[in-house]
Write a protein that binds this ligand. Structure first.
Ligand code: UDP
Length: 163
């Protein structure tokens, strides 16, 4: 008999920088594959997994503001960056047979489902990995704050932040 896992539902925050690996900008697909494999292993232990992805490998609103760019616009650009990362992870997971759903706090129905808490829970219960993109949907926040918020909302019993 497989021992029951210590945690029932976990939220993992994955920073954009982690996904970028050694690169200054963009996505390292080797990292994506490695993370996907690890997430699948955790899932196979019977743990429901939701991932909150960052976007720092693509864009940060604050860094743009320091160079005289509008902060709010920069933050939205950062949030869009998280969606790009989320899609890469979704692809990495599904390529190894791990069903995954990206849900975004910024609506773009052609690309990903909107984040709706009860739907996210349903996906988790059905054994899909949920990838939470678009940050909180609000400028002046970070994906770290988003991950803490989602952990509470989704009643996760473990929260891991890679930063
Ligand atoms: N961001 C935002 N609101 C959020 C989450 C993120 O405005 O709720 C923007 C912000 O500009 C941030 C960028 O998206 O710098 C990327 O997110 P974050 O810096 O948290 O990514 P990480 O450091 O985890 O890669």
């Amino acid at each position: 008999m497989t021992p029951s896992p210590q945690y029932r539902r976990v939220i993992l925050k994955l920073s954009g920088e982690a996904l970028g690996g050694e690169r200054d900008y963009g996505i390292d697909f080797e990292v994506v594959r490695r993370v996907a494999k690890q997430v699948k292993q955790v899932h196979e232990m019977g743990v429901e997994v939701a991932l909150v992805v960052g976007g720092g490998n693509i864009f940060r609103g604050q860094a743009a503001a320091e160079r005289g760019f509008d902060r709010t616009t920069g933050d939205y650009m950062g949030m869009l960056g998280t969606v790009i990362n989320a899609l890469a992870l979704q692809e990495g997971l599904e390529q190894i047979g791990m069903p995954a759903r990206t849900m975004t706090a910024i609506q773009m129905p052609q690309v990903a489902e909107p984040y709706i808490r009860r739907r996210a829970v349903r996906h988790l219960e059905k054994g899909r990995v949920v990838i939470l993109a678009g940050g909180s949907g609000n400028p002046y926040f970070t994906t770290d704050t988003t991950a803490a918020l989602r952990a509470v909302e989704l009643e996760a019993d473990f929260f891991f932040n890679d930063t």
